[in-house]
Design a protein around this ligand. Structure first.
Ligand code: OSB
Ligand code: MG
Length: 373
């Protein structure tokens, strides 16, 4: 891999509608993109950090600072030694603590560059076993139940095969009951609390038991594995961890403790696609099914997620929705649902999608060139 430098590009991509979770409301996606410039070819990595540290401790400004100040020198050192490969860089970055989303963005840009150079797709590289993956959709907290039912109805009409409702105290049992009553028992339904509850809410959360949910995602704080294990013994709905799963080791620990019986795999949260594959592998070895989470990715991040979701132990539909779930216009060719409610893996080299540079220029708020020498 012959790398000339990294370009950081910040874009502001409007959302089709506000997306409300227990931690906040987004109206536009503030995204940091990393472009790895080679000789001719280029690779792209999307940093999934959000503007504010409300989902996890990272945020966009912080990620940009970590990349320019601490990750770039590791890239430069390996390049100077003629040893720049993605696995080598991943190990070098271990000495920098934390910042998995910043690391994932850099590693993904370099992986895309090297796969484009070798003519290999992300899916082939990661070990995909299917050409398409089933698409679920994450439905934000709404201001009323009728508004929620309309939104779910619309997504079902579009073909989504699984619905995930965002929940928080005050927007949980009634919302789930209303959706179950309206759409029936066959609807694949799950909920995501983004850490909004405590173990003292166990009896309340047990009121979700009659609704046959696929899972409840991250009810308790990120560092509360014991709490999740205790909760899992008090409710029937399977507990699925998202925020807590920061590495393959964290996944193994959570499984051993009985804190999670399903795992949401998000590459940005675990430091990239190599670690995401290890999370997949450790879960598979323990008989724990996984699914691919999302962070409102543009087509670039979505392409890589869809490829990952085609690995064998991704047996539940992911938050791998079509581009128009979030964006009227994506920065790449859009991901669309097929008749079966699936999205297709790109087949071209690397991510297999290309950003539209004119549109990118239009929505760019800042760029920064970080040369290797
Ligand atoms: O917890 O899964 C989450 C979006 C932003 C941050 C965290 C989460 C989410 C989602 C939407 O639920 C996932 C998506 O459709 O990209
Ligand atoms: Mg989640």
């Amino acid at each position: 891999m012959n790398l000339r430098g990294l370009e950081l590009r910040r874009i502001a991509l409007p959302l089709v509608s506000p997306f409300r979770t227990s931690f906040g409301t987004e109206t536009a996606r503030d995204v940091l993109l990393v472009r790895a410039a080679g000789d001719g070819a280029e690779g792209w990595g999307e940093c999934v950090a959000m503007s504010e540290p409300l989902y996890s401790s990272e945020h966009v400004d912080g990620a940009a600072e970590v990349i320019r100040r601490f990750l770039l020198p590791e890239v430069v050192a390996l390049a100077k030694a003629g040893e720049l490969t993605v696995p080598r860089l991943e190990s070098s970055l271990e000495r920098i603590k934390g910042h998995p989303m910043a690391k994932a963005a850099v590693l993904t840009a370099l992986l895309d560059l090297s796969l484009r150079e070798s003519g290999t797709s992300f899916g082939t590289y990661l070990g995909a076993v299917r050409p398409t993956v089933p698409a679920g959709v994450s439905v934000g907290i709404m201001s009323s139940i009728p508004e929620l039912l309309d939104a779910v109805d619309g997504y079902r009409a579009q073909g989504y095969v699984r619905i995930k409702l965002k929940i928080e105290p005050g927007w949980d049992v009634d919302a789930v009951r209303a959706v179950r009553e309206r759409f029936g028992d066959d609807l694949l339904l799950q909920v995501d609390a983004n850490t909004a509850y405590t173990l003292a809410d166990a009896r309340h959360l047990a009121r979700l038991d009659p609704f046959d949910l696929l899972l409840i995602e991250q009810p308790l704080p990120e560092d509360d594995l014991r709490g999740h294990a205790a909760l899992a013994r008090l409710i029937r709905t399977p507990v699925c961890l998202d925020e807590s799963i920061t590495s393959a080791r964290a996944a193994a620990d959570a499984i051993a403790l009985g804190a999670t019986s399903v795992v949401n795999v998000k590459p940005g949260r675990v430091g990239g696609y190599l670690e995401a594959r290890r999370v997949h592998d450790v879960c598979a070895a323990n008989g724990v099914p996984v699914w691919c989470g999302g962070m409102l990715e543009t087509g670039l991040g979505r392409a890589a997620n869809v490829a990952l979701a085609a690995l064998p132990n991704f047996t539940l539909p992911g938050d791998t929705s079509a581009s128009d779930r979030y964006f009227a216009r994506d920065i790449t060719e859009p991901f669309v649902l097929d008749d079966a409610g699936h999205v297709a893996l790109p087949t071209g080299p690397g991510l297999g999608v290309t950003p539209d540079l004119d549109y990118l220029t239009e929505i760019t708020t800042a760029t920064e060139w970080l040369p290797l020498s």
